[in-house]
Write a new protein. Structure first.
Ligand code: ADP
Ligand code: MG
Ligand code: MG
Ligand code: MG
Length: 415
């Protein structure tokens, strides 16, 4: 039962006796075809194919894959991924891969193979749309935010869940450092396009107010335990076809601000939007695709707010803003006013997180393919600079945006 990393050669022999797998893949493990396809920063991911079907085997490594054995990372991230997947499946059914088997000691999860899905980042770099993307993500973020919070959950259960996820210390530590701190000083693991961006990077790092606000939101990340967040909801954690989207990879799950996931997502949409000159050469085609990306941004937020409102009226069964406080007021205007204030606060948090995410993806350790695949630094740097500047506008101006349309307008001005 001691942990051992799987290889394509050993996987069949080691997992071939597990019913949940043989039923899905096929009874004879010697006939399974195994490919390691992990392209993420942390884990092993195998596609296992047999006569009966195909499944994904994801296994944690005792270190950060991107960096190597010099950066140890505990195996229990598979535990948090497993528990997050079960909660997301309950809170927004059908949006995360089905789990077939979980082995805590081996830090592995066997799950549904999403096919022919590809990573949303790749879909966007190829200039391809996804029907209903904004709706799916808006609903996912609203349902997981609402149903994982004290607005909905029974407080005993919610507190127990906060306790469970509070052990995800090492992955939270990654976010606390790589997202909220490192980008804002000359940290060792940082990298940026140099010398082209040196000037603007110096400008950001001298911006006291920006650094203060980034730490305000790090404080929110550590202390505002409102709901179970996915924790890593960028466009590399979403798999799509032309008409469907699924969410994967919630190992960073933690209890945090309700605006965290949707904020990180908005930041990634905005970077895809700004990076487009590096991916679509034809100007008219690019403009049309960028318009679609902005529509997705608008729809994601609008659907989030609408779904959150639906749930506020239909599933407000937790300890917060209890209906009994407002019932004597006819159409519940006080409750509606409270809802508006809560959504307004989520929006502000989301914009700050979006801006911080844009900074860390240009300045920190983990960059994004939208920029990194633009090989010519002279072409890449001006686009990255736009992301840095729009990020700052969002962080510092977060409370001044009247709605998502003003964010979209700011993105157009930044482009
Ligand atoms: P990491 O935690 O290392 O980032 P991910 O969960 O993001 O790992 O998976 C890495 C890659 O493996 C994904 O980008 C995707 O290409 C593939 N992958 C992961 N889960 C699935 C799945 N359920 N179905 C199909 N492909 C998957
Ligand atoms: Mg991943
Ligand atoms: Mg990945
Ligand atoms: Mg991951």
């Amino acid at each position: 039962d001691t942990y051992e990393a799987l290889t394509p050669e050993t996987l069949g022999q080691r997992l071939g006796g597990i019913d949940a797998l043989t039923r899905r893949i096929g009874p004879d493990a010697t006939a399974w075809t195994v490919r390691e396809v992990g392209d993420g920063n942390l884990n092993l991911v195998f596609i296992v194919e047999g006569t009966a079907g195909t499944a994904i085997v994801k296994q944690a490594l005792p270190y950060v894959r991107l960096v190597g054995e010099s950066w140890p990372l505990p195996l229990n991230r598979a535990f948090f991924e497993y528990h997050a997947l079960t909660r997301q499946a309950a809170r927004d059914p059908g949006r995360v891969p089905e789990i077939y088997h979980y082995d805590e000691a081996q830090a592995l999860i066997v799950m549904e193979y999403l096919n022919p899905h590809i990573i949303l980042r790749q879909q966007m770099m190829a200039g391809r749309r996804v029907e209903g993307l904004g709706r799916t993500l808006g609903e996912f973020c609203a349902r997981t935010a609402f149903r994982g919070s004290d607005l909905c959950m029974q407080t005993r259960q919610k507190k127990a869940d906060v306790a469970l996820f509070s052990d995800n210390v090492d992955l939270c530590d990654i976010t606390e450092n790589l997202v909220f701190t490192d980008p804002y000083f000359d940290a060792e693991m940082n990298r940026h396009t140099s010398p082209q961006l040196d000037g603007v990077v110096a400008e950001l790092r001298q911006d006291q107010q920006l650094k203060i606000v980034a730490q305000h939101f790090k404080r929110a990340f550590t202390a505002k335990a409102e709901t179970m967040c996915h924790g890593d909801l960028h466009t590399g954690s979403i798999m799509v076809t032309d008409h469907e989207a699924k969410i994967i990879d919630p190992e960073f799950a933690f209890y945090g601000p309700m605006g965290f996931d949707i904020g990180m997502l908005l930041g990634n949409y905005l970077m895809a939007f700004l990076a487009m000159p590096g991916h679509i050469g034809d100007e008219a085609e690019r403009a049309a695709y960028q318009d679609w990306l902005l529509e997705v941004i608008g729809e994601t937020w609008t659907v989030f707010a609408a779904e959150f409102e639906n749930l506020w009226h239909s599933e407000r069964t937790g300890i917060l803003y209890p209906k009994t406080l407002y019932e004597d007021q006819g159409h519940h205007p006080a409750s509606d006013a409270a809802l508006r204030e809560v959504i307004g606060e989520i929006f502000i948090d989301a914009l700050a997180i979006a801006g911080i995410e844009m900074h860390r993806r240009v300045l920190g350790l983990a960059h994004i393919a939208e920029f990194d695949t633009i090989e010519d630094a002279e072409k890449r740097a001006p686009l990255e600079e736009k992301a840095l500047r729009l990020g700052r506008t969002l962080v510092l101006g977060r409370a001044g945006f009247a709605g998502i349309d003003q964010v979209i307008a700011a993105a157009r001005r930044a482009d």
